[in-house]
Design a protein around this ligand. Structure first.
Ligand code: APR
Ligand code: ZN
Ligand code: ZN
Length: 359
């Protein structure tokens, strides 16, 4: 049997996304079909749309930050039933590779994705990131979804799978920011705002939000930033050093550019830590003065918030329901799936914190 579904497809990078109907197979062994309740518009999707990151698996259905309700389960699936609410995990968590065996779920090999056996019937269309959440229905490997609180709103829970775990996780799982420490964040997009709220939750005494688009500061302040620096008008490194008596304890780069990674490192005090969170361009390289490391600084990377989705998604959603994690102010706008191109334009214009598409 197949299910008809509307989905957002990229045929050619740099061209508009096409939203059209296609047929989706029933889930195969170890797979589940999910009815999408909400899916976030992340810069990683934009990178495929725009061609910033080359993708050779076209046509592909975009979307990796999402939540939904299990519609059907394939044979041999354990612990998931129709009606369960799930959040997609952006890494496949096979449970068997050397990374999963050592609880480094965020690095599961193959990191690129697990393509489900259930096919979307049209021109060999693939699942972007193995997930294809820009669709009314998708099929995912059971290890790519996490069952969550049945009472959570899906258009909010969607963000937990990418922006929230990537941002909050970088602070609490990787950098382990201590209460009272000082933090600077380069980039106040959907992910950067979650670094900001992660730092707030961790008890940072100062959270400096840096962006070239000052309209982002309204969100940053609502999510816990104590100071803002407009990098279009100021030297952000200088500004951070001045605000913090010579540099922050932790600086996070949440854009994915060599220049801002170097700035983040330069804004740390001696003994401080700079963390790369933004997705690195394939050929990106950064040069740093050795002296920075000699003076006890650390430069570290963080992929998908060094997350353990089956554990982290539960406490993140619990904290949202308790009012201690802000997902509502991250969603500036919801739109129907058919407006995906408009949502990308809003992202380019810096007009939103996050758009959530509701198919
Ligand atoms: N200095 C400061 N801020 C900048 C600069 C710069 N040179 N260049 C861009 N920005 C800001 C933008 O104005 C925007 O507010 O960075 C923010 C990026 O936000 P989004 O486009 O919403 O991106 P987001 O989804 O948060 O992703 C950020 O993390 O997951 C990765 O692939 C993703 O690399 C991307 C990064
Ligand atoms: Zn993402
Ligand atoms: Zn694995």
């Amino acid at each position: 049997m197949t299910t008809s579904t509307l989905a957002a497809i990229i045929y050619k990078q740099g061209e508009p996304v096409v939203v059209e109907e296609l047929e989706l197979d029933d889930p195969g062994p170890g797979e589940v079909m999910v009815k999408i309740g909400g899916t976030g518009v992340c810069h990683s999707d934009h990178n495929v749309y725009s061609g910033y990151r080359r993708n050779d698996d076209l046509p592909t259905i975009l979307g990796h930050e999402g939540a939904g309700t299990v519609e059907k389960v394939g044979s041999g699936v354990h612990g998931l039933e129709p009606g369960d609410k799930v959040v997609f995990a952006i890494r496949p968590m096979c449970g068997k590779c050397k990374y999963c065996s050592t609880a480094r779920w965020n690095l599961c090999d193959p990191i690129s994705s697990h393509q489900p056996s259930a096919q979307f019937h049209k021109n060999g269309t693939t699942y972007y990131a193995g997930l294809a959440t820009y669709s009314e229905y998708t099929v995912a490997w059971e290890n790519n979804v996490v069952k969550v609180d049945p009472d959570v709103r899906l258009d909010r829970a969607a963000l937990v799978g990418c922006a929230v775990i990537t941002g909050v996780g970088a602070v609490v799982n990787k950098a382990k920011v201590e209460t009272g420490s000082t933090v600077a964040v380069w980039g106040c997009g959907g992910v950067g705002l979650n670094v900001i709220q992660g730092a707030y939750i961790a008890g940072a005494s100062r959270v400096i939000a840096i962006d070239t688009n000052p309209s982002k500061f309204q969100y940053a302040t609502r999510l816990g930033a104590t100071d803002t620096v407009d990098a279009s008008k100021n030297d952000a490194v200088e500004a951070v050093r001045e605000l913090t008596d010579g540099g922050v304890d932790y600086a996070f780069e949440v854009i994915g550019q060599p220049a801002t990674l170097r700035q983040a490192l330069e804004a740390t005090c001696e003994g401080g830590t700079a963390v790369l969170v933004g997705a690195a361009p394939d050929d990106g390289e950064v040069t740093i003065p050795m002296r920075h490391l000699f003076l006890d600084r650390s430069l570290i990377g963080c992929s998908a918030g060094t997350g353990r989705p089956r554990y982290d998604f539960q406490w993140l959603i619990a904290m949202y329901r308790q009012g201690r994690l802000n997902l509502d102010d991250l969603v500036t706008r919801t739109r129907p799936l058919t407006e995906v191109n408009e949502a990308f334009r809003d992202m380019e214009a810096g007009a939103v914190a996050r758009t959530v598409l509701v198919p």
